[in-house]
Write a new protein. Structure first.
Length: 135
């Protein structure tokens, strides 16, 4: 039996790349805007996804805050604006045929290391900590 040539053949490597791209697509950011002559410093949270980029969403949010203060909208963010990506740290354990499974997810690596210490004292076994984009 010969394979059909009209159907595309997908490989597992491409699927993994697609998954990694998807994870990057759902990234969260903290946006810090320095003070300007018209408005004080401003901080907000934004994320990617949908049609707008995280920078476009941040600009929309910043202009909403300016409108609340009675100021005209701006076309771009002020100089010195920083976009800080947010990550989470997952403690994973390996359980036989199921592979690596998330045991808990923490906001900082320090908290994840504390959980790792607790798991090693109580259960033993193989564990790892991975950093991934916060969703």
């Amino acid at each position: 039996m010969q394979p059909r040539t009209s159907e595309p053949v997908t490989s597992p490597v491409k699927c993994r790349v697609t998954q990694q791209t998807k994870e990057k697509h759902n990234m969260k950011y903290i946006v810090k805007v320095p003070p300007t002559a018209e408005m004080g410093s401003y901080t907000t949270n934004t994320s990617t996804g949908g049609r707008e980029t995280y920078r476009q969403k941040a600009l929309w949010d910043y202009n909403s805050a300016r409108a609340h203060d009675g100021l005209a909208p701006v076309k771009r963010m002020p100089a010195g604006t920083s976009y800080i990506p947010q990550y989470e740290y997952a403690l994973q354990g390996i359980y036989g045929a199921h592979g690596w499974e998330d045991l808990c997810v923490e906001d900082t690596r320090k908290e994840a290391l504390e959980q790792l210490k607790t798991y090693r004292q109580n259960e033993g076994g193989s564990y790892r900590i991975i950093r991934r984009a916060a969703e």
